[in-house]
Design a protein around this ligand. Structure first.
Ligand SMILES: NC(=S)c1ccno1
Length: 247
């Protein structure tokens, strides 16, 4: 997968050289290129923002540098065209399902807005030649899109075949497509079997895989009911068996 990231703070993406994503880059699973938007400015001050039309606080990112960097990074007529992802509080919710969808794309371009955002004509113009997703990580506001892009790149990158040591790790994730789609993962344990007088649940030491799977689903249902009852409301009733309903 090819990833292009456009930002005025390229150093934010140093973390993409470490851990799983760093290895994915080194092994060629992930081709990440970070572009400094200011390289597409033409004035002495390398200006990327200006005051908002209609008044109001803060500054808006100018369309010209964005138009030029997107023309360079994703030239008109590119086939396939990339998918442009723009993190913004006013976007569609970013979910595990969207991460899986993006992980199937050959080429993603991430646009990191700053200040009050990017002149809206940039997205409008980009839509004429590529799919554009304005995406929100949650109902909060960051100083810019860089941290959100780091989160999305990790969520997408870990789903790429070969990135995680054990491909099965993703199937049991909270929100993973399938039985976990509307469930939170339950508690996990490792050695020692007793720690500060706290034992590991007996069933996990039993070797009874059926009972272990049942216990894990029960705990997932309990945690979901406690922390995210809204997910249970959305669940397909047909996906709950008689035992589930009694948990
Ligand atoms: N909530 C998101 S994704 C965001 C981007 C910039 N500020 O907040």
């Amino acid at each position: 997968m090819k990833l292009d990231i456009v930002t005025i703070f390229p150093d934010y993406f140093a973390p993409l050289d470490v851990s799983l994503l760093g290895k994915a880059r080194r092994t060629g699973l992930l081709d990440v290129r970070v572009h400094d938007l200011r390289e597409w400015t033409h004035d002495r001050h390398r200006t990327v923002d200006d005051t908002p039309y209609g008044g109001g606080p803060g500054m808006v990112m100018k369309p010209e540098p964005w138009g030029e960097v997107l023309d360079t990074v994703a030239p008109p007529g590119s086939d396939p065209a990339p998918r442009l992802v723009v993190p913004t509080p006013s976007g569609r919710p970013f979910t595990q399902a969207m991460a899986a969808e993006l992980a199937a794309e050959p080429w993603l371009v991430f646009a990191c807005g700053r200040y009050e955002g990017i002149d809206s004509r940039v997205v409008d113009e980009a839509r004429t030649r590529m799919r554009v997703d304005e995406v929100s990580l949650g109902d909060f506001v960051l100083a810019g899109g860089e941290v959100a892009v780091l989160v999305m790149v990790e969520a997408v990158g870990r789903l790429l075949p070969g990135v995680l040591g054990n491909a099965d790790s993703v199937t049991d994730d909270s929100f993973a497509p399938g039985p976990m789609e509307s469930l939170l993962e339950g508690p996990v344990y490792t050695k020692p079997p007793l720690w500060r007088d706290r034992p590991v649940p007996e069933v996990l030491l039993s070797g009874n895989h059926g009972a272990i799977a049942r216990w894990r689903r029960d705990e997932a249902l309990r945690r979901t009911a406690r922390n995210r009852p809204d997910l249970l409301v959305r669940m397909d009733p047909g996906s709950l068996d008689e035992h589930d309903r009694r948990v």
